[in-house]
Design a protein around this ligand. Sequence first.
Ligand code: KIV
Length: 255
Amino acid sequence: MGLTAYTAPMAAALDPIVDLMLVGDTLGMVVHGLPTTIGVTLDMMILHGRAVMRGSSRALVVVDLPFGSYERSPRQAHESAVRVMQETGCQAVKVEASDGVPETIEFLVQRGIPVVGHVGLRPQAANVDGGFKAKGRIPAERENALLEARAVDQAGAFAIVVEGVATDIADEITRAVSIPTIGIGASPSCDGQILVTDDMIGMFDWTPKFVRRYGAMRELVTQAVQAYARDVRSGAFPGSAEMYNFSAKAAAAEH
Ligand code: KIV
């Protein structure tokens, strides 16, 4: 069972409970307010990866290789993955399995880099796919998702994220590959599940269909901020318990 993490305090909260923390490139949208993951850079991933590693001691930490950092060649991917592993201390990297990427996965695995593949709805391909659309409406999409998953498995990845595909395709992929599948908008038959933490805890008004909200964090934040604003504006905060009241007499007694 996995969740995304982008910061040290969230990693510390998740680490005792989850098996896997993904420093996903969704951090561009969730933390930085970008419209897609395309604007996320390798330096951003490394910064957040380091923060998450400081908050983690037991869960497996996987860091995404962002758009543009691995597609040009296996050598480019290797340089990016080495930076991520050395500068964050994470245990593995994840790549989206577009054309040619299985060869890159093989190249990385042969050089000691554990890799998770990502198939189905691949957010880094949103501009060529016409947005964030679940796969499986037409036969070609169904075939592609299965082919991608088989290729990722054969290339030596140790797990596959299967995102936004028809449930029966996720079932078929899970049966067809030898490695664990981790579903998100996929199927309960996947070997594991993952969600974006901020979606799951209710930080956003809108979430994709496949998200279940387990909290109402946005409302809690609003309530807390409103209560704080009320207290500050009325003079009720800070109170005596929140102030330093060193009397001159007590200070003299210290000496
Ligand atoms: O970037 C990310 O957070 C992801 C998850 C949606 C699986 O890839």
